[in-house]
Write a protein that binds this ligand. Structure first.
Ligand SMILES: Nc1ccn([C@@H]2O[C@H](COP(=O)(O)OP(=O)(O)OP(=O)(O)O)[C@@H](O)[C@H]2O)c(=O)n1
Ligand SMILES: C[C@](O)(CO)[C@H](O)COP(=O)(O)O
Length: 231
């Protein structure tokens, strides 16, 4: 097993979404949180973990905001995003030298609160078992399925919220995503493609405040969490 701190790790940040559910005039990754864009927070968290050697950022072809951020002057690599998140991630994976970076961390630009400890814990557990894995947090509410009324109660036993980062062998993930997309499989996270390809995926318990900024209320919640971390 290679020690995480010695092995170069590449990171992919899918940041090419439009944030429809946020109902904002600009893509949510460029909304400000304590004076910095959500994207800058997310990247800073990855960099603070001290284990990421290279970053690939997937941006929308018509992204007119990135150049206004301080990140425009950084050594962060950029690649064109795709129609959906899985395409954006694959576009970035195709740029990574899998020999030099045998493992890759994929983290949503929309998750600005991920802790450095959780990132390091994910990497350590995966490398220890030589298996890809994801940060996740257990479901705490009773879960219902239905539209306007309940069709079933879903057992919450062994039920998790998948978070990011998700951490996988670069070449395996690239192949799994390529094959899943070619087969018309809709995958909303990297683990889904790896599961579809038959790979075991580790679940690594992570903090529940590693929220994805998705709807308007999430911004105030993220600001609150940030104040708690800062105090
Ligand atoms: N074609 C896409 C769609 C999404 N993403 C990124 O994937 C992450 C998680 O996706 P989501 O929360 O769904 O973001 P959006 O697709 O922007 O949100 P919405 O579905 O509300 O439009 C985000 O950082 C988003 O920028 C991406 O890189 N490329
Ligand atoms: C990758 C992810 O954040 C794990 O929960 C989630 O699947 C992203 O989904 P979205 O619809 O693209 O936000």
């Amino acid at each position: 097993m290679t020690e995480p701190q010695t092995m170069p790790i590449a990171a992919v940040i899918p940041a090419a979404g439009v944030g429809k559910r946020m109902q904002s005039s600009l893509p949510k990754q460029y909304l400000l949180l304590h004076g910095k864009t959500i994207l800058e927070h997310s990247i800073a968290r990855l960099q603070a973990s001290g284990v990421v050697s290279q970053i690939w950022l997937a941006l929308a072809p018509d992204d007119g905001y990135f150049t206004d951020t301080a990140l425009a002057y950084s050594d962060i690599n950029r690649v064109k995003g795709g129609a959906e998140r899985m395409h954006s991630v694959l576009n970035a994976l195709q740029q990574i030298d899998a020999h030099r970076y045998p493992w890759v961390l994929v983290h949503d630009a929309a998750r600005p609160l991920v802790s450095a400890d959780d990132i390091r814990q994910l990497i350590a557990r995966c490398l220890q078992q030589d298996l890809g894995g994801i940060l996740a947090c257990r479901v705490r509410d009773t879960m219902k399925r239905g539209e306007n009324s309940v069709s079933e109660t879903v057992s919450r036993e062994h039920l998790w919220h998948a978070l990011t980062p998700q951490f996988f062998p670069t070449s395996l993930l690239r192949a799994a995503l390529t094959d899943a997309i070619a087969a018309g499989v809709q995958v909303t996270d990297e683990a889904s493609a790896m599961e579809w390809a038959g790979h075991k995926v580790l679940l690594v318990a992570g903090r529940s405040d590693n929220i994805k900024i998705t709807e308007p209320a999430d911004l105030a919640l993220a600001a609150f969490y940030l104040e708690q971390i800062a105090t």
